[in-house]
Design a protein around this ligand. Structure first.
Ligand SMILES: Nc1c(NC[C@H](O)[C@H](O)[C@H](O)CO)[nH]c(=O)[nH]c1=O
Ligand SMILES: CC(=O)[C@@H](O)COP(=O)(O)O
Length: 158
């Protein structure tokens, strides 16, 4: 369902568990920093709203979304990390570079999650332009960071 039909910050309370004893790692891409910071703010507020302790939330920055997979792997392999949230924003340019990054990071994050049997969440916006990005980073379509955080919480219920 397209984001313009379902707000990214709205979710059901089903499978939202107590996360007061859970540890989260958030990997943030530095590209399109104004967008990824909004995603981060949404994710951290959602985690704290549901009981995560600030001292149990660790942030790591990587240069771009392509590097999210390796950043996620370095964190997912740690025994003291229960879930990893990856945040990025890849904005389409003139060339096919966009396609390669989006494909690589989607596959890379999936592989890390399966390898370490832990939630590794794809909180990456892949908009055509800046407006689509800001609309999904705290704008009219909600915040992808909220969605990524609640997804991590729900996956820990499994
Ligand atoms: N154009 C965007 C990039 N490009 C950089 C890549 O992610 C990567 O860091 C580089 O190719 C070196 O490996 N990254 C984004 O996150 N968003 C973009 O719009
Ligand atoms: C997603 C990208 O790397 C992109 O912003 C680069 O722009 P371009 O394809 O015009 O080089």
């Amino acid at each position: 369902m397209a984001s313009n039909l379902k707000n990214l910050s709205e979710y059901s309370s089903k499978n939202v568990i107590d996360i007061s004893n859970k540890t989260f790692a958030i990997v943030v891409s530095e590209w399109n920093e104004e967008v990824t910071e909004s995603l981060y703010n949404g994710a951290i507020e959602t985690l704290k709203h549901h009981g995560a302790k600030p001292e149990h939330i660790h942030r790591v920055d990587v240069p771009g979304s392509f590097e999210l997979s390796l950043g996620a792997q370095k964190l997912a392999q740690r025994d003291d990390v229960d879930a990893v949230i990856c945040l990025g924003c890849v904005i389409q340019g003139e060339t096919r570079h966009f396609d390669f990054i989006c494909d690589a990071v989607a596959h890379g994050i999936t592989n890390v999650s399966l390898k370490y049997d832990k939630p590794v969440i794809f909180g990456v916006l892949t908009p055509e332009n800046q407006k689509q990005a800001t609309d999904r980073a705290g704008g009219k379509h909600g915040n992808k960071g909220d969605e990524a955080a609640i997804t991590a919480i729900k996956m820990l219920a499994l």
